[in-house]
Write a protein that binds this ligand. Structure first.
Ligand code: BEZ
Ligand code: FE
Length: 292
């Protein structure tokens, strides 16, 4: 039997052979994506020249990563986070005009359904931690206040745990809330100073970090999603610049523009006005939304 001339697979032509096999793909985008991924993967294998044993270890790492996933835990997202890929995808999708506030990763601890609160409310429901006042304005690119902006905020407590990590210990919706701006664009609420915390590190991703000589910690931060009619929604954080991990966030989420000053205020009468005990931390940060 005569066989038409075919390019059988060799070490040298591996990329072309695999990519051309996808030529009839119905989805052009999938075809393009798989061509790039095939090329990069084959280039990596050529450069690394893994032994069969090493390749099997890689397969088992991905298998363990999958087995770690359930309704509550997404180990593949954590892997993407510690490789810097989540931040890169975020950057590619959130190029902002100059002057607009920058975005960062969302993280796994957001929950829908937190209560909308009166401006000034204290989102710390268990009175644990060092008091903190957070305030600022939601502005457009020209510096005008944005009215009716919805600010969805969540943070870890003074021991570095979110409420959802300590069910039965922290009250439900502790350190979460939604606030809506008035015509002055101003927001303010009370909370407690958050602490750095480790990303979930009891799985394969945590083990990998350990093997790479990396810590799993994220510097202290507050999460925000800010939405307003006519503007791009903004998912971001503000960070404590004095945190010991500010220069080595496990997921690369820190940007210079997201550093907020945490000032210690010892004015006892101002503290009393805010129903705080003697002193408190004050954080001021304005957010600038990009037009939709
Ligand atoms: C967070 O900030 O909540 C977070 C982000 C990425 C991975 C783990 C946690
Ligand atoms: Fe967080």
């Amino acid at each position: 039997m005569k066989i038409d001339k075919v390019d059988f697979f060799t070490e040298e032509n591996s990329i072309d052979v695999v990519v051309s096999r996808n030529s009839e793909a119905k989805d052009e985008r999938l075809k393009e994506v798989m061509a790039v991924i095939t090329r990069k993967l084959h280039e990596a294998v050529r450069e690394i020249e893994p032994t069969q044993d090493e390749w099997f270890k890689a397969i088992m790492f991905l298998t363990d990563t999958g087995h770690m996933c359930d309704e509550w835990r997404q180990e593949f997202i954590l892997l993407s986070d510690v490789l810097g890929v989540s931040m890169l995808v975020d950057a590619v999708n959130n190029r902002k005009p100059s002057g607009a506030s920058e975005s960062t990763v969302m993280g796994p601890f957001y929950v829908e359904g937190a209560p909308e609160l009166e401006m000034g409310a204290n989102i710390c429901l268990d009175q644990k931690g060092e008091d903190m006042l957070i305030r600022g304005r939601i502005l457009d690119g020209e510096g005008n206040p944005i009215s009716d902006a919805l600010i969805d905020v969540w943070q870890a407590n003074d021991e570095g745990f979110y409420d959802v990590q300590q069910k039965g210990i922290q009250p439900e919706y502790n350190l979460r809330g939604l606030f809506r701006t008035g015509p002055d664009g101003e927001y303010w609420f009370r909370a407690v100073k958050p602490k750095f915390y480790p990303i979930p590190d009891d799985g394969p991703v945590g083990k990998l970090l350990g093997q790479l000589g990396r810590h799993p910690n994220r510097p202290a931060h507050l999460h925000y999603i800010i939405k307003a009619e006519g503007f791009q929604s903004l998912t971001t954080h503000i960070f404590d610049p004095d945190d010991p991990y500010i220069g080595s966030d496990a997921v690369f989420g820190v940007k210079e523009s997201l550093l907020a000053k945490f000032d210690k205020i010892t004015d006892a009468s101002r503290a009393a006005e805010l129903e705080f005990d003697g002193w408190f931390w004050q954080v001021e940060h304005d957010f600038v939304l990009a037009k939709a």
